[in-house]
Design a protein around this ligand. Structure first.
Ligand code: COS
Length: 385
């Protein structure tokens, strides 16, 4: 594996860093406080080519790769984790499966404007009784002539309120279990599809997390993505890629907290010297920097496997597991380095600490990542393969 970024990857990283520092960081605190979706800067992410980084230019994307996506997402998340979540869902969970499984017509309508950032997409798998147990879908899609009729409730949909279309999973044949789940592209405004509520959250507060209700929602058969019964595999493949994105978000959040702690350790004095001169603070800083570097390398390794069209699911799970646990530890220690000031809202580490938590939960909890990794190991594959 080459650990050097290519010129193209460096370029997208620089674009993302410049945008994040100049346009996102200045608003991060206020949009978090007000739980306000940042429409203007999300539009700018589209203009800069950040909403469909690995999508081909012919389909509205930037024609980049997963490594470029991961480094850009780290930069955006370092400034604001909410922007990172919005960007990640549109790139990995919405655009990627449509690029892979969509027909020509579906790509034209449901991919091009979304990869170009003119419209926002979302991914709707989770239900009240189907979180980690994602195969336990209750939402039904009943075939009716040349249409399907969707009925059910979906929760925790990132981008759900703002999105123009949703990739929705539903049972087309309950008797077949996971092989009876299919995927559908459903536009907002389709009768019978309503956003019933948005959540008030601990972290990533400026991103929108919605609940959907489908009541007799009729979509044409041409709205089905992939074959009937292929939906669960489409969902799992999308989430495998999404986990690289969550790992990159976690690295970005941790890096922001670490940089704040490092700066504070240089300035804040106790016992007559900057606290960075105390070994116990040095210990924390050294552990933070090392763990961030390790998580970043795991993330880029999973991304480069995906780019090489090699199996990458277990590596994505390892990267997501390690990076999210690391982000929680690093942000906790960053608050600790700040002492009482870390606990108040004036200092940014409090926000990073709250934002880190979701990375251990969404797109598969840490416990699910361990299950995915262990199943892979027990199937006889070598740990590093
Ligand atoms: N890629 C492709 N196919 C996959 C897959 C993957 N990564 N993981 C599972 N599948 C397939 C399996 O091969 C199986 O298909 P076949 O019956 O044709 O062989 C089918 O999906 C069901 O898989 P499995 O039997 O492993 O299902 P389980 O219920 O035992 O476990 C887990 C599935 C727990 C791994 C899955 O439900 C999961 O990842 N849960 C977490 C969901 C999640 O991340 N939710 C967040 C939503 S996005 S915010």
């Amino acid at each position: 594996m080459n650990v050097e970024l290519t010129d193209e990857q460096k370029m997208i990283q620089a674009v993302a860093r410049d945008f994040a520092e100049k346009e996102v960081r200045p608003i991060a605190e206020v949009i978090d406080r007000e739980a306000r979706f940042p429409r203007e800067t999300v539009r700018r992410m589209g203009e800069l080519g950040l909403m469909g980084i690995a999508v081909a230019e012919a389909w509205g994307g930037s024609g980049g790769d997963t490594v470029g996506y991961a480094v850009a997402l780290e930069e955006v998340s370092r400034a604001c984790a909410s922007h990172g979540a919005i960007m990640s869902v549109n790139n990995s969970l919405y655009c990627d499966p449509i690029a892979k499984f969509g027909s020509e017509e579906q790509r034209r309508r449901f991919l091009t404007p979304f990869a170009a950032g003119h419209k926002l997409g979302c991914f709707s798998l989770t239900e009240p009784e189907a979180g980690s147990d994602a195969t336990n879908q209750s939402t039904l899609a009943r075939r009716d002539g040349d249409a399907y009729v969707l009925d059910g409730r979906k929760i925790f949909v990132t981008n759900g309120r703002e999105a123009a279309a949703a990739l929705v999973f539903a049972q087309t044949d309950r008797a077949k279990g996971p092989r009876g789940i299919s995927a559908f592209l459903v536009e907002k405004g389709t009768p019978g599809f309503t956003v019933v509520k948005t959540e008030d959250k601990l972290g990533i507060r400026a991103s929108d997390t919605a609940e959907f209700l489908f009541e007799g929602c009729r979509v044409p058969a041409s709205a089905r993505l992939g074959e009937e019964g292929q939906g669960f595999k489409i969902a799992m493949m999308a989430i495998d890629g999404g986990r690289i994105g969550v790992a990159a978000q976690a690295v970005g959040i941790a890096a922001a907290a670490y940089e704040a702690a490092l700066g504070y350790a240089r300035e804040r004095k106790s016992f007559g010297v900057p606290i960075g001169r105390h070994q116990m603070v040095q210990w924390m800083l050294a552990d933070m920097a090392t763990a961030i570097e390790a998580a970043r390398l795991l993330t880029l390794r999973a991304a480069s496997l995906k780019d090489g069209a090699e199996p990458f699911g277990p590596q994505a799970a390892m990267a997501k597991l390690f990076a999210s646990e690391m982000a929680m530890r690093v942000t906790t220690d960053a608050v600790q380095v700040h002492g009482g000031y870390g606990f108040i809202k004036e200092y940014q580490v409090e926000r990073h600490f709250r934002d880190a938590k979701i990375t251990q939960i969404y797109e598969g909890t840490s416990q699910i990542q361990k299950l995915v990794i262990a199943r892979h190991l027990l199937s006889g594959a070598a740990a590093g393969s």
